[in-house]
Ligand binder design. Structure first.
Ligand code: MD3
Ligand code: FE
Length: 215
């Protein structure tokens, strides 16, 4: 029933649905298999783990990173670090395909010259969620964040500048890319608990890549 709508949306190219927030439906579809193979290689060197928040909660989402910097969380707080605290090693390098895809998407959304130095990789199993939060550990809020969704679909919550502002729901599916910059950069956002399902490429998971300029 949504097939035609999706097709039209695809043909129309980038859709800016809020100031600074642009959806590129299916932008990563052709690269999906290569992206997922790269995620497997990264996770072999820097295993997916459930980080503990400064408040003492273990996250339901499993994470790893690649690039010059990786995102970490522990009792001391959230931060970006050059080494993986679990292995003591530098995070795996950002694959050229990741960098190219993120730059191209950002440019299409009106952010030419985006140079990500970190890619946070989130893995959701059914039931995993991300409560409403802001991304403010990066130094330069002038740079956008580019997100790539792979595997099982999720309902994304897009809020306002205050935690209590109303939220808009956005269905993000395999291959969808969203660029969040300018006035959207500091808006609250989250992901509802992932529904059970099986995706032909990722099985029982959703994988989300977020490209950031952390320093
Ligand atoms: C809107 N990840 O890792 S990606 C995160 O699907 C995170 O795994 C979610 O939020 C996920 O921090 C959402 C979409 C996203 C990422 C960053 C944003 C939306 C954003 C920053 C500002 C506004
Ligand atoms: Fe976030």
């Amino acid at each position: 029933m949504n097939g035609l709508f999706d097709a039209l949306e695809r043909a129309a190219g980038p859709v800016t649905f809020a100031p600074g927030a642009t959806l590129l439906r299916g932008f990563a579809l052709e690269d999906a298999a290569a992206l997922l193979a790269a995620v497997d290689a990264i996770a072999a060197a820097a295993p997916m783990r459930h980080m503990v928040t400064p408040g003492g909660y273990t996250m339901s989402v499993a994470t790893t990173s690649c690039g010059e910097l990786g995102w970490t969380s522990d009792a001391q707080g959230y931060r970006y670090a050059a080494c993986d605290p679990d292995t003591g090693l530098p995070w795996p390098a950002m694959p050229a395909l990741f960098d190219t895809l993120a730059r191209d998407a950002a440019a299409q959304a009106g952010f030419p010259g985006f140079q990500p130095d970190a890619c946070l990789i989130n893995r959701y199993a059914p039931g995993a969620r991300l409560t409403l939060h802001q991304d403010r550990n990066e130094r330069d809020f002038g740079a956008p964040i580019v997100s790539v969704s792979l595997g099982l679909p999720a309902t994304f919550l897009f809020g306002g500048i205050k935690r209590t502002d109303p939220t808009l729901k956005l269905r993000l599916a395999h291959g969808d890319v969203v660029v969040w910059g300018g006035p959207a950069r500091l808006r609250f956002h989250g992901v509802l608990p992932l529904a059970h399902g099986t995706h032909p490429v990722t099985g029982a998971y959703r994988i989300n890549l977020t490209f950031r300029k952390a320093r």
